[in-house]
Ligand binder design. Sequence first.
Ligand code: IPD
Ligand code: CA
Ligand code: CA
Ligand code: CA
Length: 264
Amino acid sequence: MISSPLMTVMVDAVRKASKGLRRDYGEIENLQVSRKGPGDFVSAADRKAEETLRDALTKARPGYGMVLEESGVVEGTDRSHVWHVDPLDGTSNFLHGIPHFAISVGLEREGQVVAGVIYDPVKDELFVAERGKGAYLNNRRLRVSGRVDMADALTAYGTPYLGRGNHPRLLREVAAVMAVSGGTRRMGSAALDLAYVACGRLDLYWERDLQTWDIAAGIILVREAGGFVTSADGASEPLAAKSVACGNEGLHRELVAILRKVNG
Ligand code: IPD
Ligand code: CA
Ligand code: CA
Ligand code: CA
């Protein structure tokens, strides 16, 4: 585990918010739900968890800015620190009773993610990472998978909601990856996809059309676990590009090459 004042702040905030999520998951049918677009829902559980996180993080670090999925941008007096907060990543899974969702909180300092916490309240799995201090799942130090053969690699990807993103391009990419990799998954939580790459459960993951709150925490987790994370085209910083391709060094290189080839 990482013991630092910053990690204590982040873990306390996330654990506090997770209590409400766990309770609400037990009574999904009573939750107030609204729709942002086709298939894109937000519930009272998302909003309550976000409020808890916002209160706790503001109290602990009053000047930091925030980018929150449900309430937008909060400017801070400290221009160099920004929290990226996803109170419930995997809302579709949550609302369909699929136990695969998480809270994700990342801290950006001058353009770089320096700390991240992702918590899966159903499995009680806490993923944490801080720059230079490693990545952990509960108390276990994490390392990305050591797999070298793409033919054995388990690869996750993400699909945009109806009416968003470039579906034909994604289908071409998925077809190309399926043709050469050991297996593909669409799990439904970008934060957990990144966390699963960090702990070696998944060998690779890529997705476009994301937001900073989906990926900030996961980026530092993968890096501190010895993995590579870039934008999906392999050319830039994922947080700025809002897309990711990640895995160990060799498989990441191969994945980016496949995606580039598909896209000419
Ligand atoms: C979504 C999940 C999903 C990803 C979507 C995200 P949300 O986040 O991470 O896996 O494919 O792009 O929007 O809305 O459940 O927080
Ligand atoms: Ca959402
Ligand atoms: Ca999300
Ligand atoms: Ca969310």
